[in-house]
Design a protein around this ligand. Sequence first.
Ligand SMILES: Cc1ncc(COP(=O)(O)O)c(C=O)c1O
Length: 375
Amino acid sequence: MTSRHQPAAQTADGPHWILLNPGPVNLSARVRQALLRVDLCHRQAEFLEFQETIRQQLLAVYDLDPARWAAVLLGGSGTTAVEAMLTSMVPRAGHLLVLENGVYGERCSEIAGLHGIRHEDRSQPWTAALDPAALEHRLSTGSQVSHVAVVHHETTTGRLNRLDQIAARCRTAGCRLLVDAVSSFGAEAIDFEGWEISALVGTANKCLHAVPGISFVIVRRADLQPLDPARSLSLDLFRHCQAQDRRDTLFTPPVQCCYALSEALLELQEEGGWQARRQRYRQRAATLAAGLAELGMEALLDRQETSASLCSYHLPAGMDYPQLAAALKKQGFIIYAGQGPLAGTIFRIANMGALEDRDMERLVQVFGELPETSS
Ligand SMILES: Cc1ncc(COP(=O)(O)O)c(C=O)c1O
């Protein structure tokens, strides 16, 4: 592989980029190696037993009881699983309320609209917190809301939405809670039982440190009912779950992605679970925050509102995003742009993946040596 830019290090396979985008992430050697395991037919007993192992590994991340919860595996990206959750969990007579403060909340509404799910949204500015009082007011007046959809970590800004506050309002009103935890599963506290979550989406290639291609929905078994008729064939969670429960699979799963996911889950467990991962991410975030603050750079949100896995910063004075991204890429770092109206004002740095602690220290140093462009 050749590149215009100078990567951080050369490996036998080409340049080693340090990925500071919110997935796909840098892989550990053992996860990469897992991709090379034996070829299997997905109808072989060996694969189907292995599929069950992964489902149990996913439940074990948050100590969930398999009698009450099911992990349903789906080939595809995080959006696939969000679409499966919304189209399978909201019944035809249901009414979905979507809480939005970023791209991914808005995507939930878009999915609901495309599938003709009766829904309404409650939008906040992208830099604002969700408003539990407004939710409480809506749930206690007007037409009955059956389900509330919310993004846990809104990756658009790095805000960790206060699910405890949202969950409390849903509980009082008797509505079910559907959660997009695509960029928080594996590295943040998620109180499945306490928050009475009905279903929650995660994906392999963010805080779990595996490869893109497989995502999942963790569903409360009691809430998973067939829809008549179903809204989708390939995204029907009920049918997927039934098949996986009887050690089968509806369609062709990404076998090699399953290998990587299982290895990554083992690695997470050996490293101390989501708590240890959150701690490690926080340390990386703190190193970066302290270094950038010394250089006079400002975070978009307060630290206590921000997830462990990603932080947004205002662009340095006199630099636009393409200039900044190119300067950092020359040193091997891949950062991430702001989206929509934030594209011209912020950049994002994720802490996910098999990074070395010294990567963040070097990043701070590289920021300190950026060419002066403000004149
Ligand atoms: C919170 C959240 N939801 C959904 C998605 C969509 O995931 P994917 O790009 O894997 O479809 C993302 C991607 O970054 C995300 O951060």
